[in-house]
Design a protein around this ligand. Sequence first.
Ligand code: MN
Ligand code: MN
Length: 382
Amino acid sequence: MTDPTLQDLPQPRRGHDGGIDTGPRNVELDRQNPDLITPPETDHGTVPNLKFSFSMAHTRIEEGGWTREVTQRELPIATTLAGVDMKLNPGTYRELHWHKQAEWAYVLEGSCRIGAVDQEGRNFLDEVSEGDLWFFPKGIPHYIQALDKGVEFLLVFDDGDFSENSTFMVSDFFAHTPKSVLGKNFGWTPEQMQRLPEKEKYIFGGQVPPALESDRVVSPSGDVPRTFKHRMRAQPAMQFPGGSVRITDSSVFAAATTISAALVEIEPGGLRELHWHPTDDEWQYYISGFGRMGVFAASGLARTFNFQAGDVGYVPFAYGHYVENLGNEPLVFLEMFRNPRFEDISATQWLANTPPQVGADTLNVPRSMIEALPKDKHPIVR
Ligand code: MN
Ligand code: MN
C-alpha cells in the first residue's frame, strides 16, 4: 500500500484473504459500514438488506419545515411499520389531517403542541417535548404545531406501505368539495369562503400558539378517555451492567393499542444480548452512537449491519439478533413492534431455564458453564 490515504480505510480483507480496494469507492459510506466491507467470518449466505438511512431518503422541503420517510419502498423487507422524520420551525403547523394507519411518535428535539378529536367529539390537546411520545389511533384527525424552539420528531405508522404524501388533509378535502356543498354543510356564505385553499397546505408557517390552557376548547363530550401522550424518557429505566432499557407498551401507555416500543441505551462495550421476538418484526431508529447488529436467519444465514444516528434497522419476526456498541459514547436506539405488547426471548434465559445437561450436551461445554448462566433476563450485558 503506497497511498497513505488508504492506510486507515476499512479494507475487504481478512488475514491472508481478500485484498485492498484501490479502485473507485465511496469512502464515507465505507467508513460507516465496516462490517459490510469486512464481515465477521460468521456471516454467511444471502440475507436481505435490513438497513436504510434517512440520509438516503428524499426530503420534502416545505414552508416552515421539512420531512422524509423510510417506508417499504425504501426498505422492501419492512412490511409492518414505516417511519417519517419531520422538522417544524417555531409556530409551523403540520396541517389538520387523518390517515388509515395509527401514528406513534417520539420527540427527538424541541417541543410541539398536538391536538385530536375522537369519534365521540371528545378532544385532546397537550404539549410534548424531547423524550415524550404520542399515539393517534387510525382515522382519528389530528394536528401538530411547533412551539418556540421548533421541533423534530420521528413518526412510526403500523403499515410498511404508509406514505406521508398520501394523508387525508382538511384543505385538500375542502378544495375538492363544491363550494355550494361546503356552504350548506358549514353554514358559510360564498364571500366567507373566498380564501379557502385551492390545494393541500400540509406543512405551513404560523405563529407560536398562546399558553396551552388559554387555547383549550371545552367539548360537551369531554376529554378523550385515555391520553394520547406518554412521557417515555420520564419512565424509570431498567438498569443493567451494559446499559438501560425503557419499555413502553399498552401496559404503561393504554392508548398505544397497535405499537409497542423499547428505548435502549447501550454503554460503550455493551451488548444488547442475543435474542429474538416471538410475535413481530422489529423496526429500529438509531438516535446516537455507533454500533452493529448481527442477524441470524436460520439455515446458516447471517449478516451484520452497522448503524449510527438517523439510520433505520429492521429485523424480521423470529430472526435471532444482537446489537453491539462499537463506539465511545452510548448507542441509543428505539425498537418498535406492531403489537400492543413488547415481547422478546433471551437466549441466555432460555438456556439457563432448561435442564443444564441438555445445554451442555448440545454445545459441547461443561454443565457448569450452563449452570452459571443467569436465570432472569439481562437484556444488556457487558
Ligand atoms: Mn398524522
Ligand atoms: Mn430485538
